[in-house]
Design a protein around this ligand. Structure first.
Ligand SMILES: [Zn+2]
Length: 138
């Protein structure tokens, strides 16, 4: 089974209507990991140059709605999409806008333990999203 077949199967399992654009967008996100819509468009257009940005946005929104992509906003208000939909943290480079996953079980445990002891009045916490902002050394 090739990559496209696996993506089609994934869409079917999630009741997502299969269109070539959605498949192309998901495939691009698997290459990119984290990307803004323009970056996804750039990747998709390598194989299908006529795809419009509107189509890309629609496909991205659809995949977010169905839980195949996560939407993340950086502290400088740029919107990115993430192939990793599990709860995880990010490192965000202010200079290059590069985003990398940051998995730290110790930190996650501290946050979970804190929230278990300290509720937020009038608010039910369903998840955490943490972004460390800085610069990569290389
Ligand atoms: Zn991520």
């Amino acid at each position: 089974m090739d990559e496209i077949d696996r993506i089609r199967e994934l869409f079917t399992a999630r009741n997502i209507k299969i269109t070539p654009q959605r498949v192309a967008v998901y495939r691009a996100m698997r290459v990119l990991g984290h990307a803004c819509a323009e970056e996804v468009a750039g990747e998709v257009r390598k194989t299908t140059p006529t795809t419009t940005v509107g189509t890309i946005y629609n496909a991205l929104d659809c995949l977010v709605e169905h839980g195949l992509l996560a939407k993340i906003q950086t502290t400088d208000n740029k919107m990115y999409f993430d192939i990793n939909t599990r709860e995880h943290y990010h490192l965000y480079c202010e200079k290059t806008h590069r985003i990398e996953d940051f998995e730290d079980e110790g930190l996650a445990r501290i946050i979970r333990a804190y929230l278990a002891r300290n509720s937020v009045p009038g608010f039910r916490v369903t998840g955490t999203r943490l972004q460390l902002t800085g610069t990569f050394e290389k």
